[in-house]
Design a protein around this ligand. Sequence first.
Ligand SMILES: *Cc1c(COP(=O)(O)O)cnc(C)c1O
Length: 422
Amino acid sequence: MRKFVTAEISRRGLLGGLAFLAGSVLGGRRLFGAAMPDGPTGWNGKITGLGATGDVYKELGLTPVINAQGTETVLGGSLIRPEVTAVMELAAKQFVVIMDLEATVGKRIAELLKLPDGYSAIVTSGAASAIQNGYSGILTGGSAANIAQIPDLTGMKSEVIIQKAHRSAWDHQIRATGVKLVEVETVDDVHNALSERTAAMHFLNLSDPDGQIKRPDWVKLAHAAGVPAFLDMAADVPPKSRLTDYAEMGYDLIAVSGGKAIRGPQCTGLLIGREEMVHNALLNMSPNEDTLGRPTKVGKEEIVGLLKALELYLAEDQEELDKEQWRKLDTVANRVAKIPGVTLTQEVPEIANHFPALQVHLDPSKFSANPHQIAAELAAMKPIISVSEGPGTIEMTAIDLQPGEDRMVADALYGVLKAHSV
Ligand SMILES: *Cc1c(COP(=O)(O)O)cnc(C)c1O
């Protein structure tokens, strides 16, 4: 009996082993190809079902958008370059240890950007995620207990100092970590606000002109007090140099969008900063479990995609790009310039979205509709024509206009303005 059992076990073991070998070595390839028709080796390259026509949004019944507004998250950010999607496809074909991928890509990014010594980067799921996870890391440090506890900040620092003029929709991600924002206006206010509770000082780059304390002074104040300075520069490239400038200025953590002018995957961002702080941010986010940032997942395809997008973005000729965008905006300007009541300006924002822009100012006495109504009429067209509006003004950019779309925007705007001319 005993003998039989032993023999039975060993026979099964042997057979099991053989079956395993057959599956992995002998039958592996054939099985992989046959059993996984959607896998990389089994698919014949022809799309059936969703995507078969080549226009996935039309198949879904959505109206296409001509984006004369710019790199807006609500419109899909920007268009990924085909070379980037090709590299993302390569990244999709294998498994990889995500923490190792983040660390390696971070080093590559530091080299590409020529960041100062001791600086690195991670890829996050957007600049908003870079902000939240960056602050989480500042608060928790590398402590596993703190990482599991946050946003309950018992035993941790609990305040972030920010200029009143820098408050915005983007500071929700700071507050998500459980900290309280302490508003200041003057240097004296900063000194009064600093305490043992202060975790960091936050600077919204685009609000630099609005606050009393300017960018370089803010970082100096923070460092004099021994606290880190955080900079949100999500939409502030071009120019490319800014990706390095603010680290050189001493900012400890810097949040950048990957899906705006850099044209990485829409759901990516960069957290640039001091190695240990960037690492602590990573410990607070996906793929790490039981973390506040677990919902801010960024996949291997996106991590590699942003690195590739950055490589291509840095190699781009910015002057050429600007020239091409001005040419497209001229198409629109020339079409509407002679309509009575229209005046045109070409003001480029200094900090955020620093690329060619056209403002079409409308004399209210010459039109039966205001800019808000005109923008709404353009947005009701098929395809949707998406522009920005300000008081008395329709504003547009050409960074996301595809070839030929400048003409379509020009004709549409001309038609709507003419229809409302009085
Ligand atoms: C766009 C933007 C963000 C958010 O960036 P995402 O990459 O969309 O997460 C944060 N701050 C500012 C100033 C922005 O313009």
